[in-house]
Design a protein around this ligand. Structure first.
Ligand code: PMT
Length: 406
C-alpha cells in the first residue's frame, strides 16, 4: 500500500529562505506518486523559481498573478477544495498572521481559506519573529481551529543566530503528510501497542546479553498501523531506526522494562503486536562494576528466565478483556509450524506470525521476511518472501478482519 499514490497535495510556499527545502519535499512527494500543486507567494518566488517546482513535480506551479490571469476564475476553489491535504511550508509570520485573521489577499491565502481538508502549517522565520507574542497568538488561533502546527525546530537560523524558527526537514514533513492522509483509514480510532527490536540484559555495566533484532519488522508494523489511521504506541528496544512520525515511542532496554511498558499501555489498547525479540534469560545477578578479565580464567554466568510478557498479557486479557486482539511472532530455526502452533496456544494469541530466522533473506536484520500466519481458529496462510513493510500490511489486513469479527 502506498498512501501517497494519486493523492492531491497542495503545497503553499511562502517567503522564507527555507523555501528551497520545499523543492526536496515536492520532489519526494512526486516520487511517491502524489500529485503536487505548488502555490508560491510573490516573496517565495523571489527565493525559488516556479520552474524549479514544475521541473520536480511535472505539474504547473502557481503564482500570485494566477489568481487574476489566465481566465481560471475558479482556480482558488479548485485548488482549495480538490485536494487531499494542504500544507504551507515554509509558513512565514506574515502568512500565518493572514491565515489567523482570515485574510485572503493572494492565491495561497485564498486557497487556504477555501480548503476543507486537513491544513498543516510549518513555520519558518527568525527567532525573534517566532517568539513575538503576535506570532504566538496567531499560531494558537490556527491550532484552535484544527490546523496542525509542525515545529519550528531549534538550530541555526538564516540570520546567523541560533534559536527556534527553523522549518522541519522535508522527510519529517513527509511523515506528517502521511499521517494526515491516514486519518480516515480503516483503523482510525483504534489504539495499537507494537513492540520492536531486541532487549538487552546487562551482565555488568559494560556488557549485555542481546540478539540480532534490528527493529525493522516492528517499526514496519507501527508504520503500517499509522498509515491505516491507528494511534500507535511503539515500545522499542535499542534501535538505530527512525521513529515513524506520529508514533508515541517508549524506549526500553530490558525484558522487565518492556513488560512494564506493555502492561501500562494495555488497559487502553485494542491491539497488541509483539514483534520484539525479547530475551528469554537474564543474568541471575547484576554485577555493579566491570568484571575483570584478569580475575577469571573461565567465567560462568548464571541465567534466570525473564518475564514472559505475552503470558502476562494473556492473564490481563482474561481479567479485563484488553487487548481485544493480541498478535505474537515466533522466531524459529526448525519445525516452524509446530513450534508456532504451540506458542499460539500457550500464549493465548489470536494470530501468530512465524518466521524462519535461519534463512538469510528472512528474520533478523534484513529488509525482507517470509512469514507463516496462523490463526487461533486453525487457519493458515503462507506468505511468500516480501518486504517487511508488505508483511506488515498483510498482518494489518488480518488484524482488521479479526477486529471486525470480534
Ligand atoms: O527486528 P528485525 O531485525 O526486523 O527482526 C524481526 C524479528 C525476527 C525479531 C521478528 O520477525 C520476530 O520474529 N520477533 C519475535 C522474536 C521472538 O522473541 O520470538 P520467540 O519465538 O522467542 O517469542 C514468541 C513470542 O513471545 C514473540 O512475540 C515474543 O515477542 C514474545 N515473548 C518472548 C519472550 C518473552 N520473555 N516474552 C514474550 O512475550
Amino acid at each position: 500500500m502506498n498512501i501517497f499514490q494519486g493523492k492531491r497535495v497542495v503545497l503553499g510556499v511562502t517567503g522564507s529562505i527555507a523555501a528551497y527545502k520545499s523543492v526536496t519535499l515536492s520532489s519526494r512527494l512526486t516520487q511517491k506518486g502524489a500529485l503536487v500543486d505548488v502555490i508560491l507567494t510573490d516573496a517565495a518566488a523571489k527565493l525559488v523559481n516556479a520552474i524549479t517546482f514544475e521541473s520536480v513535480t511535472g505539474r504547473r506551479a502557481y503564482r500570485e498573478k494566477d489568481l487574476w490571469e489566465g481566465g481560471e476564475h475558479v482556480l482558488h476553489i479548485e485548488l482549495g477544495e480538490e485536494n487531499d491535504v494542504f500544507m504551507v511550508a515554509p509558513a512565514t509570520a506574515n502568512t500565518i498572521a493572514k491565515m489567523a485573521q482570515g485574510i485572503a489577499d493572494n492565491l495561497l491565502t485564498v486557497c487556504a481559506l477555501a480548503s476543507r481538508t486537513p491544513l498543516l502549517v510549518s513555520p519558518a522565520m527568525d527567532g525573534g519573529m517566532y517568539a513575538n507574542p503576535a506570532t504566538q497568538e496567531n499560531l494558537r488561533i490556527l491550532e484552535q481551529r484544527g490546523m496542525r502546527i509542525l515545529g519550528p525546530a531549534e538550530g541555526h537560523l538564516a540570520s546567523g543566530l541560533a534559536g527556534k524558527g527553523r522549518m522541519l526537514e522535508p522527510m519529517e514533513l513527509l511523515g506528517h503528510l502521511r499521517l494526515a492522509l491516514a486519518r480516515e483509514g480503516p483503523l482510525s480510532g483504534k489504539k495499537f501497542v507494537v513492540t520492536a527490536g531486541g532487549t538487552q540484559e546487562p551482565i555488568d555495566p559494560v556488557r549485555v546479553i542481546t540478539n540480532r533484532s534490528s527493529g525493522k519488522q516492528g517499526y514496519a508494523l507501527a508504520r503500517a498501523a499509522l498509515d491505516l489511521g491507528a494511534d500507535v504506541d511503539l515500545i522499542s528496544g535499542p534501535s538505530a531506526l527512525e521513529v515513524p512520525v506520529g508514533a508515541n515511542v517508549h524506549d526500553v532496554s530490558t525484558a522487565e522494562e518492556m513488560e512494564r511498558a506493555v502492561l501500562n499501555l494495555l488497559p487502553e489498547a485494542d491491539v497488541l503486536i509483539m514483534a520484539a525479540a525479547v530475551a528469554d534469560y537474564q543474568p541471575a545477578k547484576r554485577v555493579s562494576s566491570k568484571i575483570k578479565k584478569e580475575e577469571h580464567d573461565m567465567l560462568q554466568i548464571s541465567l534466570k528466565p525473564t518475564p514472559d510478557i505475552l503470558h502476562a498479557v494473556a492473564e490481563h486479557k482474561s481479567r479485563s478483556g484488553a487487548p481485544e486482539i493480541s498478535v505474537g511472532f515466533a522466531a524459529e530455526t526448525d519445525h516452524l509450524k509446530e513450534n508456532a502452533e504451540d506458542k499460539l496456544t500457550a500464549k493465548n494469541l489470536d494470530l501468530i506470525a512465524a518466521n524462519d530466522v535461519s534463512e538469510p533473506d528472512a528474520g533478523f536484520d534484513v529488509d525482507t521476511n517470509r512469514v507463516l500466519l496462523l490463526w487461533k481458529d486453525g487457519r493458515l496462510e503462507e506468505l511468500p518472501l516480501m518486504k517487511k513493510s508488505e508483511v506488515a500490511f498483510r498482518i494489518m489486513d488480518a488484524v482488521i478482519e479479526l477486529l471486525e469479527a470480534s
